[in-house]
Design a binder for this molecule. Structure first.
Ligand SMILES: NC(=O)c1ccc[n+]([C@@H]2O[C@H](COP(=O)([O-])OP(=O)(O)OC[C@H]3O[C@@H](n4cnc5c(N)ncnc54)[C@H](O)[C@@H]3O)[C@@H](O)[C@H]2O)c1
Length: 370
């Protein structure tokens, strides 16, 4: 290959360095520029990493003739950045959640399709070997048809976290709370394992940070799948210390397995492998419950899996193949969460928009509460 792919990174906050380091470890690419609405932050980020260019806008970054843009800006800006990049013919790797409303996400996938560019969305936990091992055990029949699942997201955040950026904690800009920002990773895994969700019933509350945020910090939901299977979701950012996250799938013949992340940021492990002939388990808490881990450390620990997903995306661009997590795939977890929020608001079950053959008006409005 003669010419390296030119990479730009939009947004120079917490997660941007994961993208920079990931691209830096992949051959055939070079990070040529970054941008941030805070130009000083972009300049400092670029200077510290010997990145040649820093811009104060996405347009300035796109002017660098880049091939791929990594979108590391806050949730509500994803649509604007993605659509602008698509219209300039640039492939896009966007951080999760794809957007904060399904209408917005659908405009993004349509823009990428119309422009003929690739749109991938970061769900790096799918790249844990343990997550893939569980998926393989479903695919090859060792677990059998999933009939029952559970997704437990018991994490710790504090007031400093919610106060660290103006966009955190509001329906309008964060789009949701523990489910939208943290839980979406595990809900993505759950739906990847169990298939399309056709109904959500839920309750959400703001009980821990009630003086600081308007989005939920506690949530419970039941999900029904097209296959007939059911699952529960429990989530909070109020666990202290954090107890990590876990996705458990039980199959029709009784075999089951779970993938767990403890402490948060650690590589997922199959802590329960209740499959006849190969049964195994790991005690995640054998070294004690530990203490809460700073966000910067959690993000740093996630890096190896950002690297795998970035490599997958670069390969998709180079080989004109589909990335592991497309925009359409990322729509699913977003619209499941949309249905959860809507169910909690209406007090009745709601069908996620993506699973509906006839679009259900108003069934997937995220970030709005009466
Ligand atoms: N995959 C993961 O595990 C993971 C982990 C952390 C964050 N994230 C996601 O990454 C995204 C960014 O999160 P963060 O914690 O890094 O946020 P952050 O607030 O730390 O950083 C965002 C940066 O984007 C800049 N910005 C805002 N609007 C912009 C615009 N229009 N153009 C250019 N720059 C702009 C801000 O000035 C800021 O520097 C979010 O969507 C978040 O959910 C994903």
């Amino acid at each position: 290959m003669s010419k390296k792919l030119r990479i730009g990174i939009a947004g120079c906050g917490n997660i941007a360095d994961n993208h920079f380091q990931a691209y830096n470890s992949v051959s055939d690419v070079e990070v040529v520029g970054v941008c941030d609405v805070d130009l000083g932050r972009a300049e400092q980020f670029a200077a510290e990493r010997n990145i040649p260019h820093a811009a104060g806008s996405v347009a300035g970054l796109l002017d660098l003739d880049i091939d791929i843009i990594s979108v590391c800006t806050p949730h509500p800006t994803h649509e604007q950045v993605v659509v602008e990049a698509a219209q300039r013919g640039v492939h896009i790797l966007c951080e999760k959640p794809i957007a904060i409303s399904s209408d917005s996400a659908r405009r993004m996938t349509a823009a990428a399709k119309e422009a003929g560019v690739k749109l991938g969305v970061l769900f790096q936990r799918r790249f844990w070997p343990a997550a893939q091992k569980l998926r393989d055990a479903i695919d090859d029949g060792r677990i059998g048809q999933p009939i029952l699942g559970s997704c437990s997201i018991l994490l710790h955040r504090d007031s400093a976290y919610y106060g660290s950026a103006a966009w955190r904690g509001t329906w309008e800009t964060d789009g949701g709370g523990v489910l939208m920002t943290q839980g979406i990773h595990y809900i993505d895994l759950l739906q990847w394992y169990m298939g399309d969700v056709i109904e959500a019933s839920a309750q959400i509350r703001t009980l821990v940070f009630k003086d600081e945020i308007e989005v939920e910090d506690v949530a419970v939901a039941t999900l029904s799948f097209a296959s007939g299977a059911v699952a529960t979701v429990t989530a909070t950012t109020g666990a202290d210390p954090s107890l990590g996250a876990r996705v458990h799938v039980i199959g029709s013949r009784g075999a089951s397995a779970s993938v767990s992340e403890f402490p948060e940021g650690a590589e997922g492990v199959c802590d329960l492998w209740a499959i006849p002939g190969e049964a195994d388990h790991v005690d995640l808490f054998d070294k004690g419950l530990g203490t809460n881990i700073p966000i910067a450390q959690i993000n740093a620990e996630l890096m190896p899996f950002h690297r795998l997903q970035v490599a997958d995306f670069v390969s998709a661009v180079l080989n004109d193949s589909e990335p592991a997590v497309t925009g359409e795939e990322a729509l699913k977890s977003l619209e499941i969460i949309a249905a959860i929020y809507e169910s909690a608001r209406l007090g009745k079950p709601v069908q996620p928009r993506y699973s509906s053959t006839a679009a259900t008006e108003g069934a997937a409005v995220v970030g709005q509460r009466a």
